[in-house]
Each structure stands twice: as structure tokens, then as C-alpha cells.
Design a protein around this ligand. Structure first.
Ligand SMILES: NC(=O)c1ccc[n+]([C@@H]2O[C@H](COP(=O)([O-])OP(=O)(O)OC[C@H]3O[C@@H](n4cnc5c(N)ncnc54)[C@H](OP(=O)(O)O)[C@@H]3O)[C@@H](O)[C@H]2O)c1
Length: 262
């Protein structure tokens, strides 16, 4: 591979947003390592592009073997763009959610993106070149929103919030090393995501995966750290972060008055 080749690793490239990223990046000339569990989907994607441009890697990121395999690739290969996109939602009342499903969700949306970023970042820092893109969602800002269609989503919402906090903190930490970070926060997107858990959202207006990718890549060009494709008033995001920082700065080592006395 020549030093000018751009190499992306996209998790969850077998459908939806990840597949749209893989296609768009390959069309733009990137070499792409496409990760997912469904081999046949990866094979179809590979066949759309010149031989060797998309490299399929079958891995289950909810397992230690799968995660180790992709982590090793992130450590060894000169990845210029890591896209942590794979995800499952498992919307279900918290007390009904089987431990196995909760664990799978946390492995795929919290542990895997964190450890893949951790594996890729040292090489990026050394090369002074790299971008880490974490796919979260607007629900990261919606923990207290009325439940409605998305009832039973506490673990999923918390996982998305992790990705937002991770990304913001990594941006602060890795910015001096020239590493770019983006957390992508789509609203509802027309993919297989909800269907796969038996939810039919086809009646709800939804953004396309291609539009989400367009927003994300434009956001990278303009240096957006939080990319929210469906949010028109971008100051809302700035105000949300500002409010967080104000609460953080509002603390002191003294016990607050309301906790003193009997
Ligand atoms: N659709 C929405 O409304 C929406 C909104 C906001 C955020 N998001 C986020 O967008 C991301 C992509 O979702 P999508 O909408 O494109 O849904 P999707 O079409 O269902 O795609 C999910 C991808 O994740 C992969 N994946 C799931 N579990 C995996 C595992 N254990 N190991 C490896 N890969 C795994 C799937 O591949 P395999 O099954 O082949 O492994 C698939 O490629 C998710 O992280 C989701 O949280 C989606």
C-alpha cells in the first residue's frame, strides 16, 4: 500500500449506515476493511469494487475473539479512518432485558468502540494522522425524553452517551496530536436496525443512511466534533455541552448547604 493510500476500517459494514460509509469511502478512493458477521453481505459489497479495494473481515464484536481480531488489525494497519459503527439496540424494559442481550449491547456499543479506538490511536498519533468516528445517536441527548416508540431503551441510551463523552474527551486529548474525532448522532434512519428487533418504523419519516454519511463527511471537512445530521440549529448542541460544563464547574469541595444539618 502506498503512503498516500487512505485506509478506513468500518465496523457494521454489512448493512445500513456502515455499508453506506464503506461504499462512499471506496468510491472516494479509500481502501476499506469492512467488518461484520454476515459473510455473504460482505462478499456482495466486495464484489461491487475493484479487487482488493474492500477487504472483508468476519468478526463478532460481542465476543473476545472477534474484538481481539479487529483490535489487532487496528494496531497493525496504518488506518487513517476508524468508523465504530456496529450496533444493536435491544429496546426492552430494563427489568425484562435478558442479561445476555444487555451484555451484547454493551460489548458492541461501548467496549468494542472504546478498545478499537484504544488500539488504533497510538499508530495514528505516531503517524500524526488519523480520524476516529463513533456512531452514537440523538438518543444520547434524550435520556429523559418521553418514551413513546422507543420505550425501554435505558441501556442503549447510556451506551450512546458513553460514545458522546468518549468522543468529546478524546477530542480534547488527541487534538494536539492532530487526530480528528467525530461522534455522529443521527435521529431515526431507514436501515434494518429496528426491523431486526421486530419494530416496524416504516410509517415514521426517516433519514436515509446515505444522507447520514453525507452529513458526517461534510462535518469532518468542517471539523465538527458532534455531527447531528437532523439538527438544523447547531447552537442547541453547543448549549447542551455548555450546560454540562456549567454543572461541572458549579461544584466545590464543600458539602452543599442542602445536605448539611439534620
Ligand atoms: N437506524 C437508526 O435509526 C439509528 C439511529 C441512530 C444511531 N444508529 C446507530 O447506527 C449504527 C448503525 O446502525 P444501522 O442503523 O445502520 O443498523 P443496521 O442496518 O442494523 O446495521 C448494524 C450493523 O452492525 C453490525 N453488527 C451488529 N452486531 C454486531 C456484532 N456483534 N459484531 C459485528 N457487527 C455487528 C451488523 O452486522 P452483522 O449483523 O452482519 O454483524 C450491521 O452491519 C448503530 O450503531 C446504531 O446504534 C442507528
Amino acid at each position: 500500500m502506498s503512503s498516500s493510500t487512505r485506509l478506513a476500517l468500518v465496523t457494521g459494514a454489512t448493512s445500513g449506515i456502515g455499508q453506506a460509509f464503506a461504499r462512499r469511502l471506496a468510491t472516494k478512493g479509500y481502501d476499506v476493511i469492512a467488518v461484520g458477521r454476515r459473510q455473504e453481505r460482505l462478499d456482495e459489497l466486495v464484489a461491487e469494487f475493484p479487487a482488493g479495494q474492500i477487504r472483508p473481515v468476519v468478526a463478532d464484536l460481542s465476543t473476545p475473539e472477534g474484538l481481539n481480531r479487529i483490535s489487532e488489525i487496528c494496531r497493525q494497519e496504518p488506518i487513517t479512518l476508524l468508523i465504530n459503527n456496529a450496533g444493536v439496540s435491544h429496546y426492552m424494559g430494563f427489568t425484562d432485558l435478558p442479561t445476555k442481550k444487555a451484555s451484547e449491547l454493551l460489548q458492541v456499543k461501548v467496549i468494542a468502540p472504546t478498545l478499537l479506538a484504544h488500539a488504533a490511536a497510538p499508530g495514528m498519533v505516531e503517524r500524526k494522522n488519523g480520524t476516529i468516528l463513533n456512531v452514537a445517536g440523538m438518543l444520547a441527548f434524550g435520556a429523559t425524553a418521553p418514551l413513546g416508540e422507543a420505550a425501554g431503551r435505558a441501556t442503549y441510551v447510556a451506551a450512546l452517551s458513553h460514545l458522546v463523552s468518549l468522543s468529546l474527551a478524546l477530542h480534547e486529548e488527541l487534538k494536539p496530536a492532530g487526530i480528528q474525532i467525530q461522534v455522529l448522532c443521527p435521529g431515526v434512519v431507514a436501515t434494518e436496525f429496528h426491523e431486526r428487533q421486530g419494530m416496524d418504523l416504516s410509517a415514521i419519516p426517516r433519514m436515509s443512511a446515505e444522507e447520514v454519511v453525507t452529513a458526517s463527511l461534510k462535518g469532518l471537512d468542517t471539523g465538527e466534533v458532534i455531527c447531528a445530521p437532523g439538527v438544523e440549529d447547531v447552537t442547541l448542541l453547543g448549549r447542551a455541552l455548555h450546560a454540562n460544563l456549567q454543572a461541572f464547574s458549579g461544584q466545590s469541595p464543600k458539602l452543599a448547604l442542602r445536605y448539611r444539618g439534620k
